[in-house]
Design a protein around this ligand. Structure first.
Ligand code: 13P
Ligand code: SF4
Length: 350
């Protein structure tokens, strides 16, 4: 029970059930989880820690302990602006690293230090330096799903929500877009700039195929199909919306449709089932093995006594250069209308 009273556990179980019932959790399961979420939330308050969760995290993390859940852009803005002393990042390594770059004086904890990302691991800073010598006149834009080392070598960072604005905003006519091949291919029809692609892939989104997406459409003609831009152009061609996770949430919020097919990681469909219980989300998702490494006990352990690997560290010279590239994105997208910007959503305590 971690010292919590029966009344406190019952109240917490009721709070959890109110959310998690929409993704199949029972009262008994919520009662078992409640002492742990109470302990984590109490400890986070004592340490002035903010808990951030990406929308691909499991629903118990997103709705049980997170102060904010969101997409890469929204969470990096929270990490930049939070008054908390400690940031606990429930997501993958590059996200926690980005938080550290944006908040260098804060302690950033990543409970599962080896939860990586196939895109982030597809390219190194040395690869970018080599590409720069091959494309001396090009602008270099890298997706946020990269290490701080890679960001430090680029002119600007983008997220799935800011790709086009950043590519259009850099002055060069030729843009080397790193590292996601499919995102680069999906960009080409949207811009007059010459896009040079790299061969990074998301192991989750590359599994979706155009012919399968077409078959899903035919099987569910009344459902809106929302596709992440890390998917292939053949899959994107079937979409009612191609964008990032924040774009998908905004689309559902603003749509009159009742049924949606989300072609992305399963955590987002679960989040939306909780937040929009009057809508139906048809399961077409796939699990990210990296995102799903994170679990509640690791968060508790990291808050209680983090190991050195759980405390994110980015060398100061790398952090300064990576920060410059991330700030360039914020400058280039600050004029994007607020209504079209995906934001993180506050969790229970925010
Ligand atoms: P978003 O930037 O859309 O949140 O996505 C991050 C990610 O890892 C997608 O696979
Ligand atoms: Fe990386 Fe793909 Fe997982 Fe996103 S879903 S974290 S891009 S491997």
């Amino acid at each position: 029970m971690f010292g919590a009273s029966r009344e406190a556990v019952n109240a917490e179980a009721a709070r959890l059930l109110d959310k998690l019932t929409h993704v199949g959790w029972t009262r008994a399961e919520c009662t078992l989880l409640a002492p742990l979420t109470l302990r984590i939330r109490t400890l986070a308050a004592e340490k002035n820690a903010v808990i951030l969760a990406h929308s691909y995290q499991t629903p118990d993390i997103q709705f049980g302990i997170a102060d904010h859940r969101g997409d890469s852009l929204g969470l990096s803005e929270v990490a930049r602006d939070t008054p908390a002393d400690v940031i606990v990042f429930c997501g993958v390594r590059f996200m926690a690293e980005t938080a550290k770059v944006l908040s260098p004086r804060k302690t950033v904890l990543h409970p599962v230090p080896d939860a990586g990302c196939s895109l982030s691991e597809s390219i190194t800073g040395a690869d970018v330096r080599r590409l720069r010598s091959e494309h001396p006149d090009a602008g270099f834009v890298c997706y946020v799903n990269t290490s701080a080392d890679v960001k430090a070598e680029c002119d600007a960072v983008c997220t799935s929500a800011t790709t086009l604005a950043v590519v259009e905003g850099v002055p060069q006519d030729e843009v080397v877009f790193l590292p996601d091949r499919f995102m680069a291919e999906n960009l080409k029809p949207l811009t007059r700039k010459r896009i040079v692609a790299y061969d990074g892939r998301c192991i989750v989104h590359e599994t979706f195929r155009g012919d399968t997406a077409r078959a899903w459409r035919e099987a569910h003609p009344d459902a809106k199909m929302l596709v992440h831009t890390e998917s292939s152009p053949e899959v994107v061609a079937q979409a009612d919306l191609a964008g990032g996770t924040g774009d998908m949430i905004r689309y559902v919020r603003n749509s009159d449709a009742k049924r949606f097919m989300l072609v992305t990681e399963c955590g987002l469909s679960d989040r939306l089932r909780v937040e929009f219980p009057d809508r139906e989300f048809i399961g077409t998702c796939s699990l990210c093995p990296h995102m799903k490494r994170l679990e509640m006990r690791a968060v508790l352990q990291a808050l209680e006594a983090p190991t050195p690997e759980q405390v994110v560290d980015v060398p100061a010279d790398v952090a300064v250069r990576a920060r410059r590239a991330i700030d360039r994105m914020f400058e280039l997208t600050s004029k994007q209308a607020d209504a079209t910007r995906p934001h993180s959503s506050p969790g229970e305590r925010a």
